[in-house]
Design a protein around this ligand. Sequence first.
Ligand code: ADP
Length: 634
Amino acid sequence: MSVETQKETLGFQTEVKQLLHLMIHSLYSNKEIFLRELISNASDAVDKLRFEALSKPELLEGGAELKIRVSFDKDAKTVTLEDNGIGMSREEAITHLGTIAKSGTADFMKHLSGDQKKDSHLIGQFGVGFYSAFIVADKVDVFSRRAGDAASEGVHWSSKGEGDFEVATVEKAERGTRIVLHLKSGEDEFADGWRLRNIIKKYSDHIALPIELPKEVAAVEGEEQPAVEWETVNRASALWTRPRTEVKDEEYQEFYKHVAHDFENPLSWSHNKVEGKLEYSSLLYVPARAPFDLYQREAPKGLKLYVQRVFVMDQAESFLPLYLRFIKGVVDSNDLSLNVSREILQKDPIIDSMKSALTKRVLDMLEKLAKNEPEQYKSFWKNFGQVMKEGPAEDFANKEKIAGLLRFASTNGDEGEQVVGLAEYLARAKEGQDKIYYLTGETYAQVKNSPHLEVFRKKGIEVLLLTDRIDEWLMSYLSDFDGKSFVDVARGDLDLGNLDSEEDKKAAQEVAKSKEGLVERLKTALGDSVAEVRVSHRLTDSPAILAIGEQDLGMQMRQILEASGQKVPESKPIFEFNPAHPLIEKLDNEQSDERFGDLSHILFDQAALAAGDSLKDPAAYVRRLNKLLVELSV
Ligand code: ADP
């Protein structure tokens, strides 16, 4: 062993300690994945070297045969992985292996419940990576040297996976990383050629560079142990270059775990080769679960970009729109130059046409999933529905396609689950219904019982119930679907078109006429609080309702704007009353102007409360109501 200098002991970042603890205690039923994770890292390191060497061939230091070697020592109970990739400097080893750089990690850790079963699912959202070594090892030694650095600038990182790790500067002749796992007692089954070979075949066959194991040579008694011969155990070709028909589902799944740093299988994938004016291959995956940082601005997004099989960059975000940021995978282009940069990608017209083709591929894949595997699609929607709702605003060209993928809760049951698609809604619409009706609000419980739905319930018309924060904003970008326009049932003067019979309409007109006097009295009583007063034809049970003006902002949008500190234009509601309601009849017959005023204001405030709004002057409401109650009881 060479001399170690500048030895120091450093503590792991708190989050690393938590992750280590969780990993060791929750992944015991699937220990062998440590090898997959370490091989995946080694492969990434080789990809990085290959790319950097394009502009700096000296980094290869004469050794251009890139590979990963896995060996073991039964007596010493060790498993060793060695790659000749980019390697790490001392500083890099300290940061990469001592901290977690992902933004939002601390928040994520707060979600851990301590319940190992639940938490082991969470870890899937997070990815496991290097620290999975500690599932099977009670000590891990990492020897590394960054390509291009002097042999004397190697680093030895060592840890028992407890609170801290040691680093020292060492001599390392070859570039790259060697990881030595000192197996825990009881885990020595991994120091075995057959076992390692099987694990590699199972999880890492798709890795594009050779993974070598020592050839098993029977020792001949009396003879000296022969020099180690190595043999490649994986297929060692880029998976996406192979024809679709030759790739097994399991291979697609394992490859996904490698590119996405995910722990679970993907929900779906789409593998394509494009030839002609542009030439590229793409392999796109829909993850099964939203990553913990889906809504963080700086969170990683985008595809892995290769140019003619050479890895060029991670998270190339120019190939997909932002609302598809959860898609993982690779794109391998024959047209781009190897020294392409993020800045160039943003301007290149080739990228634009690739982006629209890839976007379409993803949307097609989702359509297929929705059609063929509705249960899977439900789960997709639960995880990514909110992000998909950003689509219509961002991607005008695909608005109709995206709209077809949206799912909503509706008055048709399912307790608020977002499962109704627009095509399904229209397929079961009433005869003569040429609109798509929806209602937005704060919570499902609130909209479900909204008085705005009374007439729809009576007529048996389905209404979509939209309660996500983003919904009102989303609807401002959707005007129609399949030729049918969207109608907010809380907005404007509800016109049910063909759904109202001629008699209904006539009767409504007559009632309206007979109540003109009451309308005028109410206008005077409510004064400034309302934009308009009118007879309602959407109520059956409630006495009154507040409708939003055709052009006014709804409650959600107002709240979003207010929360972001913007000035929100004042808008007044329209007061609609139900002429058939006993309270309204009472009001109509009220002689005292004072009592008429009190009762009108109470009805107005109640309508606001039923809409989930807050009262401007709650004390006045209580005072008026109590006054009436006292009068009632004498
Ligand atoms: P992730 O791979 O998700 O970033 P890991 O915990 O697996 O997280 O690894 C942390 C970092 O350590 C990697 O991003 C990489 O920079 C570095 N690293 C890990 N293994 C190697 C290796 N074999 N060669 C070079 N760098 C490595």
